[in-house]
Design a protein around this ligand. Structure first.
Ligand SMILES: Nc1ncnc2c1ncn2[C@@H]1O[C@H](COP(=O)(O)OP(=O)(O)OP(=O)(O)O)[C@@H](O)[C@H]1O
Length: 361
């Protein structure tokens, strides 16, 4: 079992020699190498080694000396929280019904499987985040919802629950905080090395290639991570999560605003056999999911599988979205949009190809 020691920071920075640190956390060596920090005498502590370098040295990596100290702790915590590949294969999680906010029994349970996308929908405050938290902590009747979570159909042991806690789930949120400002290529190699992945350079190249299929503007491996655009850093994190993260479950939050190819992003995660859960109100994303859990007053009211009629609508919505995207590009380019869009909508290719959309107005 990997535990983060409560005094990790002191342990890492002052108490232990670099040699001891590397013996216990081998990936720390990669971290030093990534910022080209020469450790001449491994019997000294991190703080002592930092003392050998001027402040300006760290500025090249977007850090101050104090930041470096914090960033190395954050890095170790990040790697520990992902854990080694001992999670076993999680092919499904089953949510057994609990109760709603008024204590009434929950109408439905939910099974989420590897390689599938489950959307969570419902009004503000209805309990979408709570459901995701129940999954993350493998609730056993001990959260406000009273739900219980089974792993591969079986109740997790206390030890398994403790061991898996917080390592099951990778969060893809809107804001990416990078611990250190390295060029993209080196950043991903560092991550691959910390995960002990064979051939880290090749894997990093694959991650960047993959990210480039999602983002509009290609990522140059030499660009510092903090200079990526919002869409690029999000694409990079999605590719990194799909190809490098050990967590079997991915929570996706607000992918709609990311400026990346949403369908490809989901395909990538699903192709990596992740269990994907996405809280969204975007109709395209919702219909791209295999099913959606409808939350009301703290409980699952219904679980809707994507129907054939919905899939037909998805094709239409995707067309519509492409048209809107093209209009967005024209606005961005400073153009006017003066042609009769409503008429084009009624008679144009959208209508011809997709049957009878309701005319606007
Ligand atoms: N079954 C339940 N019993 C008691 N409390 C609950 C239940 N479900 C959710 N809650 C509580 O209701 C509050 C709102 O839930 P939550 O934050 O999950 O809503 P949300 O749908 O994610 O909202 P938003 O869309 O605004 O982010 C939280 O304090 C949560 O713990």
């Amino acid at each position: 079992m990997t535990l983060i020691p409560p005094d990790l920071a002191t342990d890492l920075l002052v108490r232990r020699s670099i040699a001891e640190l590397i013996a216990e956390y081998p990936y720390v060596e990669n971290y030093f190498a990534a910022i080209r920090l020469d450790v001449m005498d491994p019997s000294r502590s991190v703080v002592e080694v930092l003392g050998d370098h001027p402040e300006e040295y760290f500025a090249d990596y977007g850090l101050s000396k104090a930041d470096f100290a914090t960033s190395i702790v954050a890095f170790v915590e990040q790697v520990l929280s992902q854990g080694p590949d001992e999670l076993g294969t999680i092919t499904s999680l089953t949510l057994l019904p609990g109760h709603d906010k008024a204590g009434r029994p929950e109408a439905c349970g939910l099974v989420v499987r590897a390689g599938e996308v489950t959307c969570i929908v419902g009004p503000t405050g209805s309990g979408k985040s709570r459901l995701l938290e129940d999954i993350e902590c493998l609730a056993q009747g001990d959260t406000p919802t009273g739900r219980r979570v089974l792993v591969n159909g079986a109740e997790p042991s206390d030890e398994q629950r403790y061991d898996l806690g917080h390592r099951l789930v990778a969060q893809l949120t809107q804001n990416m905080n990078f611990v250190i400002d390295l060029p993209v290529g080196e950043f991903i190699v560092l991550h691959a090395e910390s995960r002990d992945v064979p051939m880290p350079d090749e894997v990093a190249t694959r991650v960047i290639e993959c990210a480039n299929t999602l983002a509009g503007e290609p990522i140059n491996p030499a660009t510092p991570v903090t200079q990526l655009s919002g869409g690029q850093s999000r694409a990079l994190m999605i590719a990194d999560t799909a190809l490098l993260s050990a967590s079997p479950i991915v929570l996706v939050d607000e992918i709609e605003n990311a400026g990346i190819d949403r369908r490809k992003a989901l395909d990538l995660l699903v192709g990596a056999d992740k269990i994907v859960l996405m809280s969204t109100h975007d109709p395209i994303l919702a219909l791209l999911g295999d099913r959606r859990a409808v939350i009301e007053n703290g409980a699952i009211r219904d679980v809707l599988d994507a129907s054939d009629a919905e899939l037909a609508n998805l094709a239409f919505l995707t067309d519509l979205d492409e048209h809107l995207g093209a209009l967005r590009e024209r606005i961005r380019a400073g153009e006017r949009i003066e042609e009769d869009l409503a008429a084009a909508f009624m008679t144009g290719p959208l209508r011809l190809r997709r049957g009878t959309p309701t005319p606007p107005g």
